[in-house]
Structure formats: C-alpha cells, structure tokens
Design a protein around this ligand. Structure first.
Ligand code: SAM
Length: 305
C-alpha cells in the first residue's frame, strides 16, 4: 500500500465515528508499506497490511464467492480483453472512463474487481483508490498496478484452458492507483474525501443497497463532486432480501424501476443533494467459455453536487 494512504484511512468498524488508524510499520520499501498493522485507537481492532495489500474489513465480513480462480479469470477477461484486441471483447470501460471527463480527484472506485476503471481514471486524477471485498481481485489489481501485466488461465471449453495476459498500455500512470480490501457498506475513509466516486455493477450485489448509497454520499465531497452509479438492477434474494431492494418490487421502497428510485434517492437524500447531470446505458459482457457470453446492460446515473 502506498504510504500516502496512511493519513487517509479510518476504522470501518467504528463508523459513523471517524477514528484515524495508527500504523505499526514492519517493512516499508520505496514509499510502499509492505508489512504493517493498522490499529484503531478506540475499538483496538487490528487491520493487516500483508505483502502490500491492506485489508480493512469491518467485523463479520466474510470472503465471498468472487474468490475463485475461474471467476478471477472471467473478470480479468472482462476488464482487459479489449486491450488485447480480442474480437469478442466489450468496450465498456473506455466508455465509462469518458463519462468522467473533467471530474476531480481523489477518486474512489467501490467494488473495483480487477481494477480497469481505476486505471482508466488514473489518466486524469493523481490518486485513485479501488476497493473490493474479494481479496483475490484486489491482489490481482495490485499486481497490475505494480507490474503492468498479469497472466491467467481462461476456460476455453470444459477442462481446457488457454493462457492469456492482462496488459496495461505503457501510458497509464499506474503509480497513481492503489487497491484495498474493504467493504462498500463501511468505507474506511473520512467524510468528504473524494472528488469523484464510482460504483459500477455493485448496488444489486450488496445486502444493504441503501447503505451503500449512503456511504458513497458520505465520502463524496460536499461541493464540486461527481458520482457515477451504474447497475443492471439484477435484484436477487441471494445478495439482498427483497425488502432491501431499491427496485423491481410491486410495493414498498423498491416499487418500480431501480434507475428511477436511485435517482430520486440521490436527489432527495444526498447531503447535500445530488443533481443528475447525465444518464444512459452501457453494455458489457461476461465470458463463460469461448462460445458462451453473457450480455449485460447497465443503466448509469452521473450525478454532481
Ligand atoms: C458485479 S462485480 C462488478 C465489478 C466491477 N465494478 C465491474 O463493473 O466490472 C461486483 C464486485 O463487487 C465486489 N463486492 C461485492 N460486495 C462488495 C462489498 N460489500 N464491498 C466491496 N466490494 C464488494 C465483488 O467482489 C465484485 O468485484
């Protein structure tokens, strides 16, 4: 973890109180914290930094189903195959990146997976932090930040695999990007830190979608801030109980479409309120194997305040 982040992190367990963490550094190399323990002075929780990767999960958070090698390979394909000229690749990340033109840093990408959006945004902001609850994803993204490339084995068919490489173009300023293991429902950052926040395809995956919106609202700057929220609204009982959904219900807080409800929530409940600057739809694909792809349309809401 880059040393400059030490001054920014707070205890996710003590929220809404914002308690800065104390660092006991064991190994620091070229501005990078390699081994350390970050401790909350109030609740005494220890958060490890191990092999450069900081884990700042609140109590009770568990590893999730994204931590499998086939899933990891699938996401590496989805995020980076366009850069390799794969004819089946989608072009959603450059399209999402363009929506942020003129947006200010620092930038937070919540649920960053293997990091592509964070690298797109590093073209214009000096500090971009990607957080994900899946340690395997955050580790892969950190490897890309350090080495610019990462090899992986992608399913071709059945038990057959092909070797692929995710590779970042040389001009991407990788040193501006950092990845942490953290929970989008208890962000380890103080209020108002970020000029830009992004949450792509995460809202329908968390148990408390409204809390995720409240956390994005909390860490976004009070003025001169941009927020991009994109989601396909694939509400399902696995990630969240139907009474927590923000769309797709016949009655209750989730009555109607997620796109309309989330826009209303941002406009009415934001402190201060957000104003819709743009909206639309961007499509992307997940690859299951070389002849099987899943097409997903994500509505996006670009809001400012
Ligand atoms: C559907 S994927 C989207 C990933 C990426 N934003 C994209 O659009 O390709 C959802 C991501 O959110 C992560 N995630 C799920 N729940 C999370 C949580 N509570 N906090 C942080 N990340 C979470 C998953 O590990 C996964 O990487």
């Amino acid at each position: 973890m880059q040393r400059r982040l030490l001054d920014l992190l707070i205890c996710p367990r003590c929220l809404p109180a914002e308690k800065p963490l104390r660092a006991a550094l064991r190994e620091v190399r070229a501005g990078e914290v390699v081994e350390a323990t970050l401790t909350c002075p109030k609740c005494r929780t220890d958060y490890p930094v191990s092999d450069g990767l900081a884990t700042l999960l609140p109590a009770g958070a568990t590893e999730d189903h994204y931590n499998s090698s086939d899933r990891l390979a699938g996401y590496l394909w989805s995020h980076y195959a366009d850069l390799e000229g794969d004819p089946d690749a989608h072009r959603a990340f450059p399209a999402w990146g363009e929506l942020f033109a003129g947006a200010d840093g620092p930038v937070l990408d919540a649920g960053c997976a293997v990091g592509r959006l964070a690298f797109e945004l590093a073209r214009q902001a000096e500090l971009v932090i990607g957080i994900d609850r899946a340690a395997g994803f955050a580790r892969a993204a950190r490897t890309l930040a350090r080495n610019g490339r990462l090899g992986f084995e992608l399913i071709s068919e059945g038990e057959l695999y092909e070797s692929r490489t995710a590779r970042l173009p040389d001009e991407v300023p990788r040193e501006r990007v950092e990845f942490l293991v953290a929970d989008a429902l208890a962000l380890p950052f103080p209020a108002g830190l970020f000029g830009t926040t992004a949450s792509l395809n995460l809202l329908d995956r968390v148990p408390l979608p409204r809390l995720h919106l409240a956390e994005l609202d909390r860490v976004g700057r009070k003025a001169g801030a941009t927020l991009l929220l994109a989601d396909p609204w694939s509400w399902a009982a696995g990630p969240a109980q139907p009474e927590e959904w923000l769309g797709g219900c016949r009655s209750g807080q989730g009555a109607g479409f997620g796109r309309d409800n989330v826009r209303r929530l941002l406009e009415r409940l934001g402190r201060p309120p957000w104003r819709l600057a743009d909206n639309g739809r961007i499509s992307w694909t997940i690859r299951h194997h070389r002849n099987h792809f899943e097409l997903i349309h994500s509505d996006y809401l670009l809001a400012r305040r």
